[in-house]
Ligand binder design. Sequence first.
Ligand code: DQA
Length: 146
Amino acid sequence: KKFLVLNGPNLNMLGKREPKIYGKQSLEVLEENLKKLENSFQVVIDPFQSNHEGVLIDKLHSAMNEYDGIILNPGAFTHYSYAIRDAIASIDVPVIEVHISNVHAREEFRHKSVTAPVTAGQIVGFGLFGYELAVKALAEYINRGE
Ligand code: DQA
């Protein structure tokens, strides 16, 4: 099985960006740590990050032929990008949405996700560990469907 870990805008700034909210660990280290799970879950994990909505949409489209599942943190696009929502709905690949912070405990505009309704589920508020939980959840979700 092959999983895509897709991070959206500003997540390249992990470690530097608002560390009280997002922690001190870089995206690079997060991606390295996720790769370490490959053996135990018998999966290949490909990380990708972009700050651009269209690039994220293209990546979601091309994932259709390449991946069995997607772990997606759409960043702020979560709250308003109907285009990303439609891209998720367009593909026949399960998506798990991850948010590092507990968006529900933050500003009002972060309480709504326009993308979550077209995903398999959402993991919110457990810091970078949420991505590991998502790998486990995705493997389980795919096995259940087979
Ligand atoms: C985030 C939450 C979003 O509201 C924010 O815009 C982000 C990161 C999170 O992982 O907690 O960029 O998706």
